[in-house]
Design a protein around this ligand. Structure first.
Ligand code: 4AD
Ligand code: MG
Length: 475
């Protein structure tokens, strides 16, 4: 049985077997307490070894990190901190761990634990994070399934750059130094595995749109890859993205979907991850104590999550946001690092001002200048802006990016040529605008940014099991 289930039982001296990893072992002259965890819950179960019940040799081999199976009877605990405990009758040792096991029961820095990512699952913090990550992933599928969406598996290897940002990882089966060349010295990709240049996808959107033009409501949930050299607490080179795409949705419908989706998954975590969230909340409060008063957050983690679920997101246009920023104190006192003006790509300092200082709640910004957004976004009548929407979150910045899509063939073609994309590569995408084109919209939610927000962690490297970042692909 899993420890999570055993802890729910009423103790009637029934026989139980618990298997897990030793967190701590405390010994006294005639009694030993072993705390076991199997990852099913943040809670440990305590095994009690009474004098002489287990051989000296076996007991000696049990230490923090060892994996054991304890058979015994479940009794009410006389100690505080747990309702039940196991009175050990036999113990089988699966694997010992000596004193070089790095996850000793003391405080470790997150930086240290990142270097031990293969073992950090065995800490309370990372156990909590990855159980919450699972619950959120499950809630994503549940939300879309319950709302009539189909999960579409879009390709990971692709020949097109959906975002047009040129930040792709190449996929090739050539030997780096023996790639066949054309007469002009360039690499002859026609001889490569796929007979053309291919990369890891930055987004499943373009293929997702093809699905939506038949199934009406689809979503993708898969890994995406970006070779941008951003060494920040918000960027990964490999991250997971959820991308719904819906036929007949306009920008407003898209915003409504994004807002109800994010609220649903956060509420799901609140309802299903109480122990883990409370643990992380306490951890955060401890951490905050070392910060100066004015940098401490006004809300606890659970308050912050409930606040997002209970309040409507603020919706305004990019142009209105620029006006607010221009009139803001930091702009007037020249405290922003990047100058504000219509047409700029908002920097995270600007996004955070709007969300954390001005509105103090999540914000949806719409109708961005077309020049700072991708080619596929639907153009507004003014010729200057597009029907884009970004959802900005406190402490995170952009968590969702999306738009209504350009469904007019001529306008899309013009834009593709303007930004210098070869339409030959996108013939299949353009076909949807030729055959039964329809208004449609979609967005992408960065899954790790969501997990970051829900767990209250500060660095995106701590919410994915094995982070991929510049100069880092260990494990
Ligand atoms: O805004 P982005 O680039 O939008 C797209 O890729 C669209 N094709 C989505 C769509 O409309 N279907 O990325 C979407 C989200 C961002 O808002 C952010 O949360 C996340 O993906 N994201 C990253 N997360 C971690 N590391 C990175 N390097 C990220 N880049 C984007
Ligand atoms: Mg974006």
């Amino acid at each position: 049985m899993q420890i999570k289930d055993i802890l729910q039982l009423s103790p009637e001296s029934q026989s139980v077997v618990v298997k897990g990893w030793v967190r701590t072992k405390r010994g006294q002259a005639n009694i030993v307490f072993i705390n076991l965890n199997d990852g099913s819950t943040i809670k440990n179960i305590q095994a009690v070894v009474e004098d002489g019940k287990i051989g000296e040799e076996t007991l000696k081999k049990i230490s923090t990190g060892a994996c054991i199976a304890v058979s015994g009877i479940l009794v009410a605990s006389s100690g505080s901190g747990q309702a039940v405990e196991v009175l050990a009758q036999t113990i089988e040792i699966y694997g010992t761990a000596d004193e070089t096991f790095p996850m000793q029961p003391k405080k470790h820095s997150l930086e240290f634990l990142r270097e031990k990512a293969h073992l950090r699952f065995r800490t309370n913090t990372f156990g909590a994070i990855f159980r919450i990550r699972h619950a959120l992933a499950f809630a994503v599928h549940k939300f879309y399934n319950d709302n009539g969406f189909f999960y579409l598996h879009t390709p990971i290897i692709t020949a097109s750059d959906a975002e047009g940002a040129g930040e792709m990882f190449r996929v090739s089966s050539f030997e780096p130094n023996a790639a066949p060349k054309n007469e002009d010295g360039s690499v002859d990709f026609s001889q490569d595995f796929f007979g053309r240049e291919t990369s890891l996808t930055v987004s499943g959107q373009l293929e997702g749109e093809l699905g939506a033009m038949a199934l009406s409501k689809i979503y993708t949930f898969g890994p995406t890859f970006r070779a941008e050299n951003s060494n920040t607490t918000r960027h990964l080179a490999e991250f997971w993205m959820i991308e719904p795409e819906v036929a007949f949705y306009e920008l407003e419908d898209n915003m409504n979907l994004a807002e109800s989706f994010v609220k649903y998954v956060i509420q799901y975590a609140l309802d299903n991850c109480k122990d883990d969230l409370e643990f992380l909340q306490t951890r955060l409060l401890e951490e905050e104590k070392s910060k100066p008063q004015n940098e401490r957050s006004e809300q606890t983690l659970l308050e912050k999550l409930s606040f997002v679920v209970e309040n409507s997101f603020e919706r305004l246009t990019y142009t209105e946001a620029i006006d607010i920023l221009l009139k803001s104190k930091p702009a007037q006192k020249k405290q922003f690092q990047y100058e504000v003006g219509w047409g700029i790509d908002l920097q995270s300092e600007h996004e955070r001002y709007l969300v954390e200082k001005h509105f103090k709640k999540p914000v949806i910004l719409t109708n961005y200048p077309k020049d700072i957004k991708a080619f596929y976004m639907k153009q507004d009548a003014d010729g200057k802006t597009v029907r884009a929407m970004d959802v900005l979150f406190p402490g995170i910045g952009e968590i969702i990016g999306g738009s209504q899509r350009e469904d007019n063939y001529e306008k899309l073609m013009t834009r593709i040529n303007e930004v210098g994309i070869d339409p030959e590569n996108l013939w299949w995408y353009l076909d949807t605008r030729k055959f039964g084109s329809a208004p449609h919209s979609g967005f992408g939610l960065g899954f790790e940014r969501l997990v970051l927000f829900v767990t209250g962690m500060g660095n995106i490297r701590d919410v994915i099991p094995f982070p991929r970042t510049p100069k880092n692909a260990e494990f």
